[in-house]
Design a protein around this ligand. Structure first.
Ligand code: AHR
Length: 366
């Protein structure tokens, strides 16, 4: 017998969780939260006491990148059998229809919790309403959902800040190197994903303010092949006209490097092209250490334990934060700038240290 939080209780819990939304990491309680929490605890006790495994459905984006592999491993480790879970994992192969279908199948399977890493940020309200009606709490990780708040908690990155960070770094770096004319090519991540939207918008804010030229900005689908194909076409169309390439993840950067090498374009420290990337996965940081990638902005993928903590909290009738943001350092190849001050998406002026990569192996955890 599975526990089931009836839809009304779940709605109350979600409403209570919304209270925590204002500050990123803090959970707050109010009287309605306490009521929801107590009721959930009663329901949760049934499953806990019966010694049954907790069933979790995870609708993962796909397998497009090193980052994604780390994310999958992290969730699978957190929801392992040894930890008392029965994890139903679906690799949605970057297909939104398949992802919605996976969530519906989890409802059919009567799982206890659903975890979604949304491929795209819109088109979610109907299926999340179905989860709510079925009384199944939904946890969202990594990318955000913009057209529905019918989930209990989200854990992930502030993608807009990642984009702003890359712009702030490029501005300071170009000034430090005396480069006045920036002609930029962007290889975007999968269009419609919040990772692509945030990184694109954040970087564009700086490009607009500084009067940089963005020659082109195309979708590389967060894959090495995608990055290589877009860069091959850029090398033909913009030969000799660009001096910055922004890849919205490391795998795209690996493909772009192959394409530039084949076209005789040099990249990295003091070369033809300044190369910027995101994720800071192990192979990415190795290229920062070798000076092939100038700067790499972390997107932290190891969110499995955060998810498991949320499930445990819900099971114990505790209120959970609506949003939890990952902490994401910035990595650079050179020692010429120590830190960058910029205004983040919340409107706060913050100073971030730049970490010069001298030993990628010890700095990369995925
Ligand atoms: O949503 C996170 C992004 O998706 C990562 O930057 C990328 O590598 C992944 O595919």
């Amino acid at each position: 017998m599975k526990k089931r939080i009836v839809a009304g209780m779940l709605t109350a819990l979600m409403a209570a969780s919304m209270v925590a939304c204002g500050s990123s990491d803090t959970a707050t309680t109010d009287s309605s939260a306490d009521t929801a929490a107590e009721t959930t605890e009663e329901a949760g006790d049934t499953a806990a006491d019966s010694g049954e495994k907790i069933t979790v459905g995870f609708a993962q984006v796909g397998h497009e990148s090193d980052w994604r592999t780390a994310s999958t491993n992290s969730v699978q480790d957190a929801f392992s059998e040894a930890n008392g879970y029965d994890l139903q994992f679906v690799d949605c192969d970057n297909d939104s229809a398949k992802q919605i279908e996976a969530v519906r199948q989890f409802i059919q399977n009567d799982v206890d919790y659903i975890v979604i890493d949304p491929i795209v940020s819109t088109g979610w309200d109907t299926v999340l309403t179905e989860c709510e009606d079925a009384g199944i709490p939904v946890i969202v990780i990594d990318r955000t959902i913009e057209d529905s708040d019918k989930y209990v908690s989200w854990v992930g990155s502030e993608f807009m800040n990642e984009g702003l960070a890359s712009g702030a770094w490029l501005k300071a770096y170009a000034e430090a190197k005396g480069i006045t004319d920036l002609n930029i090519l962007v290889i975007e991540g999968s269009n419609g994903s919040s990772a692509q939207i945030g990184r694109t918008d954040g970087f564009k804010k700086y490009a607009d303010a500084e009067g940089w030229t963005i020659l082109d900005s195309q979708d590389g689908d967060f894959t090495q092949d995608g990055g290589q194909q877009v860069m091959e076409s850029y090398c033909k169309s913009y030969a000799g006209k660009f001096n910055v390439v922004v890849c919205q993840n490391d795998n795209e950067a690996f493909g772009a490097m192959d394409a530039m090498k084949a076209a005789g374009v040099s990249y990295g420290v003091d070369k033809d092209v300044i190369l910027i990337s995101f994720d800071a996965c192990k192979a990415g940081l190795e290229y920062v250490q070798s000076g092939d990638i100038n700067a790499d902005f972390m997107c932290y993928p190891l969110q499995g334990s955060y998810c498991a903590d949320i499930v445990k909290a819900l099971k114990n009738g505790e209120t959970v934060a609506k949003q939890t943001f990952m902490t994401e350092p910035w990595y650079v190849a050179e020692d010429i700038l120590k830190s960058i001050t910029y205004t983040n998406n919340a409107g706060d002026e913050v100073t971030e240290d730049l970490i010069q990569v001298t030993d990628a192996a010890s700095q990369a955890s995925y």
